[in-house]
Design a binder for this molecule. Structure first.
Ligand code: MG
Length: 274
C-alpha cells in the first residue's frame, strides 16, 4: 500500500520510545516484558458507519478506539500496558490525523502502542487489542461476583455521549476502576452499550436481580439517554453499601436482589429495558 511504511514511521515518531530491552513498532513482532501479575487481554473495533459517521474527525476516531479498549481494562480494575492497532482505510492520507488522537490517548492512558498493521479497505475501521494487569494481591473484578444485597454504583453521570451525538471524547475511568477493586467491588463493567444493557450483563453473569432508585443524568441529556445511550465509558460496579464512604466518585443507583427475575422498573425504566 503506497505510503504505508512512511505512515508507520510517522506514528513511531509521535510515540514514546520503548524501555531498554523492549522492541515496539518496527519489527515483525514486539518484544515485551510480561507483567508480574495477571495478564489481561481485550480487543475492540470501531467501524465507519457503525461506531462513527463518514467524515468524522479521525483524531477523535483514534482516541475512541483506544478509549474503548482501555475502558475494558479499567472495568477489570486494571491498568493498560500495551496495544496493537490495525487500521483499514480507503485513504492513507487520513491516517496521520487518526494517529494524532491515538498518540494523545497513548500518553493520557499510559498505554504503549507497540505494533499493528495498515491496509486498504472501502471504509475506515480501527481494530485494537490491548493488554493490562492488576497490581497487588486482589484479583481482577469480574462481572459474575455481585451478591444479593450489594449496592450498585456508577462512577459518573450518564448520557453525555448520546446527548452530544457521540461527538465528545469519552474518558476511560482507570483510576476509578482500580480504586473500586482495591475497595472491594464485587462485580464491574464499563458502560459501552448503555447502562441498561451493561448492568444487565452483571445481573446475568451473577445470577441476581436489581432494583434501581435514581440515575445520575449528565447535563443536557435526557433520562432515556442516560439509561440506554452508549459509549459513556463510566463504570458500573457492585459491592457493600459502605463503598460509597471510601470512594468519593461512587454514585449509588440501586441494590442487587436475590431473585434474578427482578429487573429495574418505573421512572421510565420499564419502557425499554430489554
Ligand atoms: Mg466492556
Amino acid at each position: 500500500m503506497s505510503g504505508e511504511f512512511s505512515a508507520i514511521e510517522r506514528i513511531r515518531r509521535l510515540l514514546p520510545d520503548p524501555p531498554a530491552g523492549e522492541v515496539w513498532i518496527g519489527d515483525d513482532a514486539a518484544v515485551l516484558r510480561p507483567p508480574t501479575g495477571p495478564l489481561l487481554l481485550a480487543a475492540d473495533v470501531v467501524v465507519e458507519g457503525v461506531h462513527f459517521t463518514a467524515g468524522a474527525d479521525l483524531a477523535d476516531v483514534g482516541w475512541k478506539a483506544m478509549t474503548a479498549n482501555v475502558s475494558d481494562i479499567a472495568a477489570m480494575g486494571g491498568r493498560p500496558l500495551h496495544a496493537v492497532m490495525t487500521i483499514a482505510t480507503p485513504d492513507v492520507a487520513g491516517v496521520d490525523r487518526l494517529y494524532e488522537g491515538v498518540a494523545e490517548a497513548v500518553v493520557a492512558y499510559r498505554c504503549a502502542l507497540v505494533g499493528g498493521d495498515l491496509s486498504r479497505a472501502s471504509e475506515v475501521s480501527v481494530s485494537v487489542a490491548v493488554t493490562g494487569t492488576v497490581d497487588g494481591d486482589l484479583p481482577p473484578v469480574l462481572r459474575s461476583g455481585a451478591r444479593a444485597g450489594d449496592a450498585i454504583f456508577v462512577t459518573g453521570a450518564l448520557g453525555a455521549m448520546a446527548a452530544s451525538g457521540y461527538a465528545l471524547r469519552p474518558q476511560a475511568r482507570l483510576a476509578e476502576g482500580q480504586a473500586a477493586r482495591r475497595a472491594g467491588a464485587t462485580a464491574m463493567i464499563d458502560v459501552s452499550d448503555g447502562l441498561a444493557a451493561d448492568l444487565g450483563h452483571i445481573l446475568d453473569s451473577s445470577g441476581v436481580g436489581a432494583t434501581l432508585d435514581a440515575l445520575p443524568v449528565a447535563a443536557g441529556a435526557t433520562e432515556e439517554q442516560a439509561r440506554s445511550g452508549g459509549e459513556d465509558y463510566e463504570l458500573v460496579f457492585t459491592g457493600p453499601a459502605e463503598l460509597a464512604e471510601r470512594l468519593p466518585f461512587a454514585i449509588r443507583i440501586g441494590t442487587c436482589t436475590s431473585d434474578p427475575a427482578v429487573r429495574p422498573a418505573g421512572g421510565g425504566w420499564e419502557h425499554s429495558w430489554p
